[in-house]
Design a protein around this ligand. Sequence first.
Ligand code: IMP
Ligand code: MG
Length: 201
Amino acid sequence: MSEVVSVLFGREDIRRRIEELGRSITGDYEGRAPVLISVLKGGTMFLADLIREIGLPVSVDYMALSRYGGAAESLGRVRIVKDLDEDIGGRDVILVEDIVDTGLTLGYLISVLESRGPTSVEVCALLDKTARRIAPLEIRYRGFECPDVFVVGYGLDFQERYRNVPDILAVHDLAALSEDPDQLFPYLPGGVPSRRDGSSG
Ligand code: IMP
Ligand code: MG
């Protein structure tokens, strides 16, 4: 029997990679104070860990987006539910994302931000699912190349839960997991991944 989920990137690998990303950003932006922007909610954990590896006086800001259906969605157009608090005119912007999939959302977001006159806009994404890219975009800082599987944990949700799984998990059987999302329970802090629901045998 094949597993429904497995650990794709463990917490220690994630920590080390973020340390490297932080060091790169620190070097590249020496003498400047970039604003790091995270899109709620998935990217917030990555942002929180990333800024603590950056040796610059950065600021942070958040945006919340909601997707439209139909044609607008296929263009990546999104509605801004919560906009930035700060004006990014003349600022160095780093967009921090948990995962770039088709790239449509991010491509649209970059065009919105660029229209506000920032000095620069770069992307820092923890996971890059290049196989699914539709909108070409340059990801200056990339944590890991991600295989074309659904991933959960470290900020990424499964039906709005399990963002607090400390590792990044690959879902091998989405149908089975949808039937019983609590198969993720053992991956939570204090959970025991070998534990199985005794009633199902
Ligand atoms: P896209 O790049 O416009 O297709 O959308 C990217 C967004 O889709 C990410 O910010 C995530 O919120 C979500 N997403 C894409 N792939 C996954 C995944 O494997 N797990 C959880 N969320 C995902
Ligand atoms: Mg997201």
